[in-house]
Design a protein around this ligand. Structure first.
Ligand code: SF4
Length: 463
């Protein structure tokens, strides 16, 4: 009798690197004969790939785990696992705390997902694997068989971080920096391009130092990827203002496939707070990098992250964050209230916390400055033509979506299925703070759908 294949469901929280890791795990499990199950309740294996960058992300995962107790009671044979940053941070504690959990593993064990799941299935064992390989600066990522690829794909080229920004949990849950060799990365790029990918987004927590401890670096990788025929767009995320060198900055003015968009988190406009955060640059250093980027590539779209209410932040120091936002005029900004993470060095500032109400008020003031700026920038596209890589068709809203070189999300009302995976010229007819709308210039115009839900941009990696 033929045995039915086992069904797997992966739920992903957090940044692009987690999205990428989940896709890898799915690929490895599919190679082993598992099939993807969209309904979590029907799956034989449920994995939750987690994020612990903020307390709120952890709470969400822990409450989901609580909800899944009912599922385990009904179907005890279901394998329930936690991977990612929470798995790394909590390890065995999590297994003790959640008796219906079978498997806990960290980001360094993503490529071992098959043996881990199979061991739980075969032995009914409850397993934890949350160790880093500490000795090497390089790592090899086993290839996954691909039958098709999306027009825009993430590709992780390094992991970990050597900075210890005092608010950040990443070095503790992802370890020190390790990079993949350029040759291995380029092989992945070629495979993706052969299967239809037009845009690659290279991922790393502190991507500017890719290749540290080896003879290779990010500028070399970008140059080599730029030569690949069929690849039309290159992006990378996330940059650190101290590590973004002139070689990388100048590439934005020289390499047409390198999209004019960069995520460059500044976190705070105050030098005293930057020092407390251990960010290793000043407000002035940051502004010099912005100036150099705009000199190299005047149309570059800059996005950023900012934290309000870091312990000890005074009203004047918060206003320095506000003025930096006003001065730079970012194309997109992710703004957060500081959230203490146990185990990070910022815990030494306990007792100097900014009250929640003040944090909320500061965040609201920042949003009030930033959103109109982004809205105004997006409206400048109205009446202009912008090249959009069409990534998908949104069946519900009956429109096509993609991104322009600046990374703006664009809804296109009259593209056809043949446009998916192609860069098409779109005339922008409307815009708001979150997206642009328009028509493919080489097709008949049809009616604009009445409602399109605004979408939140995917969260960038911390840096
Ligand atoms: S914020 Fe970024 S650069 Fe700083 S420790 Fe975290 S990942 Fe590294």
């Amino acid at each position: 009798m033929e045995v039915a294949p086992k069904k797997v469901h992966i739920k992903t929280f957090g940044c692009q690197m987690n999205v990428y890791d989940s896709n890898r795990m799915l690929g490895l499990l599919q190679e082993r004969g598992f099939v993807v199950e969209p309904d979590l309740r029907e799956a034989d294996v449920v994995l939750i790939n987690t994020c612990s960058i903020r307390a709120k992300s952890e709470q969400k995962v822990l409450s989901l785990l609580g909800e899944l107790k009912g599922l385990k009671d009904k179907k005890p044979e279901t394998v329930l696992g936690i991977s990612g940053c929470i798995g790394q941070r909590m390890g065995r504690t999590l297994l003790h705390r959640v008796p219906h959990l079978d498997l806990v593993f960290g980001p360094d064990s993503v490529d071992r997902v098959v043996p881990l799941v199979e061991e739980v299935m075969a032995r009914g064992a409850r397993l934890v694997e949350a160790e880093f390989e500490k000795m090497s600066r390089a790592y090899v990522q086993p290839a996954v068989v691909l039958d098709k690829a999306k027009p825009s794909e993430y590709l992780t080229i390094m992991k970990g971080c050597d900075h210890f920004c005092t608010y950040c949990i990443v070095p503790y849950v992802r370890g020190r920096e390790k990079s993949r060799a350029i040759a291995e990365v380029l092989e992945d790029v070629r495979k993706l391009v052969d299967r239809g990918t037009k845009e690659i987004v290279f991922l790393g927590q502190n991507i500017n130092t890719y290749g540290k401890g080896t003879e290779e670096n990010l500028a070399q990788l970008i140059e080599r990827a730029h030569e690949i025929e069929g690849l039309e767009r290159i992006r990378y995320v996330t940059s650190h203002p101290r590590d973004l060198g002139m070689d990388l900055i100048e590439q934005f003015g020289k390499l047409p496939k390198l999209m004019p968009a960069l995520h460059l988190p500044f976190q705070s406009g105050s030098n005293r707070i930057l020092k407390r955060m251990s960010r290793l640059y000043t407000r002035e250093d940051y502004l010099l990098k912005v100036e150099a980027l705009r000199k190299a590539c005047p149309e570059i779209a800059l996005s950023t992250d900012a934290i309000v209410g870091f312990p000890g932040e005074t009203e004047e120091e918060f206003e320095e964050t506000l003025t930096l936002m006003e001065q730079v005029k970012f194309s997109l900004a992710f703004m957060f209230k500081y959230s203490p993470r146990p185990g990070t060095r910022a815990m030494i500032y306990a007792g100097e916390e900014v009250p929640e109400k003040i944090k909320e008020a500061r965040l609201a003031r920042l949003l009030k400055v930033v959103y109109p700026q982004i809205d105004a920038e997006n409206r400048q596209y109205i009446g202009k033509i912008t090249p959009v890589l069409i990534e998908a068709m949104d069946k519900k809203d009956m429109n096509f979506t993609g991104r322009n070189p600046a990374g703006k999300l664009v809804h296109v009302f009259n593209a056809g299925a043949a446009c998916v995976g192609k860069v098409i010229d779109v005339e922008v007819t409307d815009a708001n703070g979150s997206n642009l709308k328009g028509y493919y210039v080489h097709a008949e115009r049809n009616a604009e759908p009445k409602t399109i839900k605004p979408r939140r941009a995917a969260e960038a990696l911390p840096a």
